[in-house]
Write a protein that binds this ligand. Structure first.
Ligand code: PEP
Ligand code: MN
Length: 366
């Protein structure tokens, strides 16, 4: 089903339309002093929109769940004293009413909330009649329809100033980042709703203050419109997400290190072909990453074989692999001969790797 959204710009008066649009501030408002100190520094380096979590959806109970409404007057003070706009996360109708009461300029729907249509509907109904810009984070699970569904619910409630935040997707296995970016989902969203602004959240994707620049750069290279970055006056002492927050000075450095490339090639706008190629590039990257994981398991197998006095090559197992991969190819509408050829190459490399590991272990034993 094609999404038909009636959209208006989310840009607030006085905020530059130049990429990237930056929203920054602490994961959570903790104390008035922490909020004010962080805000003053951010404002001094030119940040125009200040974020702070007031109500925090935490994975496990017992962690800091946000200061709640007592933090809202602190944000009013940020606005009054620094001139920055303010943005908070809302997850219930009550949050929306409180945010409106305290003059919050922009709200976002968190990843856990986007995954729950009842909650999104409640937030949408509470926002009805306002012209608040609303940013919708991707749901925690990689479901594009659910993400678009949340946008539609808000749009049907009359919210036209819509944008999205790409914050990556939960995964069970350990990966380099806290959340798997799955960039192709954001790219597909852009293909389906081209005039919807997309903001990247390198903080929740990477989970690591040292990786904010690399993720932000990738987002800029994929032509994202903006960045939402967690920044705290003293990240080590943050009450939530301490590992991923950067100081305002660090954020300033990251922003000045970013290379902003034009979305145009010469004077030609990007074509659908460019977008398709970008998708291929991302998929190829995943193919190579999966291959690396496969090879590292091969090496663990080599170690096992060495310890148990088994040969590297097990022809029966090789036959089984070719047979079963042939079947998977057929199930996926791929030419089985092509997949077998691919597996011959993979198997050859895997045998080489195992042989090397065995030789190394043998040498160490002597
Ligand atoms: C946040 O931005 O502070 C937050 C809770 O993020 P997410 O919903 O992406 O987990
Ligand atoms: Mn956070």
């Amino acid at each position: 089903m094609e999404a038909q959204l009636e959209l208006e710009s989310i840009l607030l008066p006085g905020v530059d339309s130049k990429r990237p649009l930056v929203i920054a501030g602490p994961c959570s408002a903790e104390t008035e002093e922490q909020v004010m100190n962080t805000a003053r520094e951010l404002a001094a380096s030119g940040i125009k929109i200040f974020r702070a979590g007031i109500w925090k959806p935490r994975t496990r109970p017992g962690s800091f769940e946000g200061v709640g409404s007592v933090g809202l007057p602190w944000l009013q003070r940020v606005k009054r004293e620094t001139g920055m706009y303010t943005a908070v996360e809302v997850a219930t109708a009550q949050h929306v009413y409180e945010a409106i009461k305290y003059g919050i300029d922009m709200v976002w729907v968190g990843a856990r909330t986007t995954a729950n249509p009842f909650a999104v509907q409640e937030v949408a109904d509470a926002l009805r009649g306002t012209d608040m810009p609303v940013l919708v984070k991707n749901p925690v699970n990689p479901d594009l329809e659910l993400w678009i569904g949340a946008l539609e619910r808000l749009n049907r409630a009359g919210i036209k100033k819509l944008g999205v935040i790409h914050r990556g997707f939960s995964v069970y296995q350990k990966i380099k980042y806290r959340n798997d970016p799955q960039w192709q989902i954001a790219i597909e969203l852009h293909r389906r709703i081209p005039n919807l602004p997309i903001i990247n959240d390198p903080s929740h994707i990477s989970g690591d203050s040292n990786l904010i620049l690399e993720v932000s750069q990738q987002a800029m290279d994929l032509n994202f419109d903006g960045l939402i970055v967690e920044s705290h006056e003293c990240p080590a002492q943050a009450w939530s997400d301490a590992k991923q927050q950067v100081t305002p000075a660090h954020l300033k450095m990251i922003l000045s290190d970013l290379v902003i490339r034009e979305a145009m090639i010469g004077d030609k706008p990007r074509t659908e072909l460019d977008e398709l190629r970008q998708k291929i590039d991302l998929l190829d990257k995943q193919v190579v990453e999966v291959m690396a994981k496969r090879m590292s398991i091969s090496e663990q197998i080599a170690k096992y074989k060495f310890e148990n006095g088994v040969t590297v090559l097990q022809s029966r197992r090789y036959d089984e692999i070719l047979q079963s991969r042939r079947k998977v190819a057929e199930e996926n509408n791929l030419n089985p001969d092509f997949v077998v050829k691919l597996y011959e190459a993979i198997h050859e490399e895997s045998v080489n790797r195992q042989t090397l590991v065995m030789q190394k272990l043998q040498k160490e034993k002597k």
